[in-house]
Design a protein around this ligand. Structure first.
Ligand SMILES: CC(C)(COP(=O)(O)OP(=O)(O)OC[C@H]1O[C@@H](n2cnc3c(N)ncnc32)[C@H](O)[C@@H]1OP(=O)(O)O)[C@@H](O)C(=O)NCCC(=O)NCCS
Length: 220
């Protein structure tokens, strides 16, 4: 699998830069306040945390912005440097970051998951009743994989909306429409969230390849 950021950046507008890499224990690259956040973490977590920060600084430099620490708040959301918006994701063997100038886009959400099917026990936690009814109409072999795409797309939306609203949203607080062939999705809010009212719609992309589900959502 080639990790050059192109697959990720292809799902976002041109103003967005993307970086990808395999996780590595790049602890020397961290600022002291970042290192402090993972002092008691296991190596897997430290590697993911450090790698995405190295990638984020690469992306930020490409935007012409000076490198700075990216520390997570108590709500676990990352604080991006002034003038930058971004999103971070990691899964087994994969780290990815997207970033853009806040003068170009308002917020970004990226999510990458292993492409294996979601277990049937969790379908109802992820899907609304309407989504679940749609899933059960699909070919049996496809259902779990489609639920995984819904899961990832909802997480990408969550990461994009959170910096603007500071609101927690559950999986049933949004409803998706997924175009399985084109890889586009539309998510519709089922409750108010900050500036966004019930019924607000947002568009994103979700693609599957190289064993990964990759989701992207931009709020412009
Ligand atoms: C925050 C969350 C979306 C992260 O997704 P995940 O698949 O567990 O993990 P990922 O590797 O893709 O993303 C982790 C990164 O997300 C970022 N993140 C965490 N909380 C965030 C938030 N509230 N907003 C934006 N980004 C956030 C962090 O940078 C984190 O990486 P880091 O800790 O190394 O800095 C997930 O843990 C969560 O809390 N989900 C519940 C809410 C939800 O998804 N609702 C769906 C319906 S809208």
């Amino acid at each position: 699998m080639k990790l050059d950021g192109k697959r990720l950046s292809a799902l976002f507008p041109a103003a967005v830069v993307a970086e990808e890499a395999q996780p590595a224990l790049l602890l020397d690259e961290l600022y002291p306040e970042e290192r402090a956040q993972i002092a008691r973490a296991v190596d897997k977590r430290r590697a993911e945390y450090a790698t995405v920060r190295v990638l984020a600084r690469k992306a930020i430099r490409r935007l012409g912005v000076a490198a700075a620490p990216i520390v997570n708040g108590e709500d676990r959301s990352p604080a991006w440097p002034e003038g930058v918006v971004g999103s971070i994701t990691h899964t087994k063997g994969y780290c990815g970051v997207v970033a853009a100038k806040s003068s170009d886009v308002r917020s970004l959400g990226a999510d990458v998951e292993g492409a294996e099917a979601a277990r049937e026990e969790i379908w109802k936690h992820i899907c609304t009743e309407t989504e679940h009814a749609w899933i059960t109409g699909l070919a049996e072999d496809d259902r779990g994989q489609v639920v995984k795409r819904i899961f990832s797309a909802k997480e990408a939306f969550y990461k994009a909306q959170y910096p603007l609203t500071r609101q927690y949203l559950g999986f049933h607080d949004v409803e998706m429409q997924l175009d399985l062939d084109g890889g586009h999705f539309e998510v519709q809010l089922q409750r108010d969230s900050g500036e966004f009212a019930t019924g607000a719609r947002f568009e994103g992309r979700v693609v599957v390849g190289d064993g990964l589900v990759i989701s992207a959502l931009t709020i412009e």
